[in-house]
Design a protein. Structure first.
Length: 94
């Protein structure tokens, strides 16, 4: 009997506690991310500038992923300033 209970516990984890709210947690995190993107679009001039230079949002997130994988920056603003500076060097104003 003891081995059967152990097998059930290993299979189902903690008898389902926490699984019922996983979808709600993921929705809340998705909404929170959407809120932050909207606030950045409205309030952060550097973010707006970088997004304008990069075009589509997917390019921004690919570049962000590559930079954060290999380079540590002290703050979000430092990262955006670096991106804006480098993009400005690639695409000088006409």
């Amino acid at each position: 009997m003891c081995s059967r209970i152990t097998a059930i516990t290993l299979t189902f984890g903690n008898f389902g506690h926490g699984h019922a709210y996983l979808a709600q947690l993921l929705v809340a995190l998705n909404l929170l991310a959407f809120l932050f993107h909207t606030l950045l679009d409205l309030c952060d001039a550097t973010y707006q500038h970088v997004r304008t230079l990069l075009g589509i949002r997917q390019t921004f997130f690919h570049d962000l992923q590559a930079l954060t994988r290999y380079w540590f920056c002290a703050s979000w603003q430092d990262l955006l300033d670096f991106m804006a500076t480098q993009l400005q060097a690639e695409h000088p104003p006409a």
